[in-house]
Design a protein around this ligand. Structure first.
Ligand SMILES: [Zn+2]
Length: 169
């Protein structure tokens, strides 16, 4: 049986999944194309979060076991592109140091920071960039890719603070 769009009184087919709430993003309601657009516009994941909650959300989001930020598009639920396996701890040792260093340096560049910045500066900068590039505000696919890029960069930099084996020289 086909799903019907869950927007009040809408009779269109519900094709596009959207998370029920910020607390429960693993179950979905379904909308038609028109109403998933409304949903994307009104969904502000970070709204009303304290700094601590924000960081917890970022930590959760960077495990990538949750759906893509942009709902109802072709990249929905697609596995995050991670050619160097930076997000997989098990495969870390297989990544050559050279590649790590290059990637880490470009991550600093992407966050528009000098590698001498401390962890608090990194968090602050990421927070501001995440808000700027969050797909809620940038409905073009290109911009949502930017959000993924800065999030990956942020995660790698944070990791480099915690793991001395990833140096930036
Ligand atoms: Zn609808």
């Amino acid at each position: 049986m086909k799903k019907v769009c869950e927007f009040l009184n809408c009779k269109e087919e519900g094709v596009y999944p959207a998370p029920r709430s910020r607390e429960d993003i693993t179950t979905y309601k379904y909308y038609c194309i028109e109403h998933i657009r409304d949903f994307n516009k009104s969904w502000n994941f970070f709204e009303g979060l304290t700094d601590e909650q924000f960081e917890n959300e970022i930590r959760k989001s960077t495990t990538w076991d949750r759906p893509s930020w942009k709902f109802g598009t072709s990249n929905y639920n697609k596995k995050i592109n991670d050619p160097f396996n930076f997000l997989s701890d098990k495969k870390d040792e297989k990544v050559s140091k050279k590649k790590v260093n290059y990637k880490l340096l470009s991550s600093w560049k992407l966050l528009e920071l000098n590698p001498t910045a401390d962890i608090e500066q990194v968090k602050k900068q990421y927070k501001s960039l995440a808000k700027k590039w969050h797909p809620d505000k940038n409905l073009k696919l290109k911009d949502s890719d930017m959000f993924v890029k800065i999030t990956n960069a942020y995660k790698l930099i944070i990791k480099s603070f915690k793991s001395p084996s990833v140096d930036i020289s």
